[in-house]
Design a binder for this molecule. Sequence first.
Ligand code: GLC
Length: 488
Amino acid sequence: MKVLFVSPEVSPLVRTGGLGDVVGSLPLALKKIGLDVRVICPMHRECNNLAYRSLNKSFNLGSATKPYEGNLVETSLGESEVPVYLIKNSFLYDRPGIYSDENGNYEDNPERVFALCRAALKVEDITNWKPDVFHAHDWMAAPTCAFLNAKLQSRKQRPDQASVLTIHNLEHQGSGTYDHFKISGLPLDYWNLGFDRFGSLNLLKSGIQHADKITTVSPTYSREIRQDGLGHGLEGSLQYRGADLLGILNGIDEKSWNPMKDSSLPALINPEFPKEGKISCKNSLLKEMNLVKTKKSPLFGIVSRLCKQKGLDLLLKIFPRLLRNSNAQFVLLGSGSEEQEVCFMKLAQQHPQRFAAFIGFNDRLARRIFAGSDFFLMPSRYEPCGLAQQYAMRYGSIPIARRTGGLADTIKDFNDSKPVGNGFLFDDPDPHQLLKVIHKALEIFKNDDLFQKVRKNALSSPCSWENAAKQYAQVYNWSMEKNLNFKS
Ligand code: GLC
């Protein structure tokens, strides 16, 4: 089975978040079980210094009415042998951000998206490697499914290719106008086949309509998004495609996230005997963040984008009480909403011994926070999957999170009468519920036997890609099934 991942990001080449991590690690797990997987992604500015090999002279990335010359270059995924094709066109992709800059989303995003989709379909002509399945990730790649259907329909032969769309976050859909749509060069009747949403262009919706199979990144999220008010306006389309929609829980790259080998850590953590490594990592993190070292204070970590989804406003509401009524300490790493950045900086100034904030993103510091903290806070309003709680557990930090999406699928609430849980969960996006569950965690922290037990459970939580890879392989097979039923 030959599968081409179509994505706007792929870690470690270019990444803004979890989508990049998934596209950078799932292909390796698929390769392990015998699939031939490759990735295509735009050559964003971050990729400019990579070593690569050119594959062709140039081809038209645009439509007949609006042509763009571009070409493909080849590199590989980290140290693996998974080929990555990068689309080179400096006008479209050599920009400060992937999706936006300080003035907001790029106005020509639809054109940049269509160029990615078009290049994905060209891969077979340029490389002689013909994908069986196009696996599109999120709104920026979603219309690939429509481009494929347009191509297959125009040939009027039995189709021999299929598409799968994975939705990592339904909040981001990619919008534009009918004029933008016309630049795609797709048949104009496709406007009513998924691209139109109340008179505006909706790129993600086109993928939901055209993909042969649709996945989301956790089973709970795949159920939530069909419910009224939880599908970011696309619940109707998702209900319509319900029979073809399923959730597959993300794994993490266990090789890169290995507390026994991670060079960013001041001490290594052995999941079997974590105590010593965790103490060293905690002490060193306290020092690095200029927090005071006390014997009995639990340390809470937060590594997050600062946006409404992540629910950190709930935390901001309870911080004054929490700081007053407990001895807890906090380290935050994040960036996003200016308002929240300012609030967290203020807290750090007001409580320099107990609250440290680092505004920005820094992969190595993130790892030290996972390793050095006792608990990890993730009060997301919604969470398609969430990787941070999985990284935290792997590094022995116990997650405290809201029971939603992938958080509900990866975290089992700890209950002292039946100590099987690996974290703490609360139900509603309500600051009082969050405070209550944090207090529960603080109580457990005082009982070292119980605390060590929960930490052991977190450290031994399954997080590999193995299971997910098998499920994706199954979905690829299902997506090809429609071709067998083709009647001309
Ligand atoms: C998005 C989602 C996150 C998910 C990630 C990878 O960033 O918000 O929940 O883990 O994609 O699928």
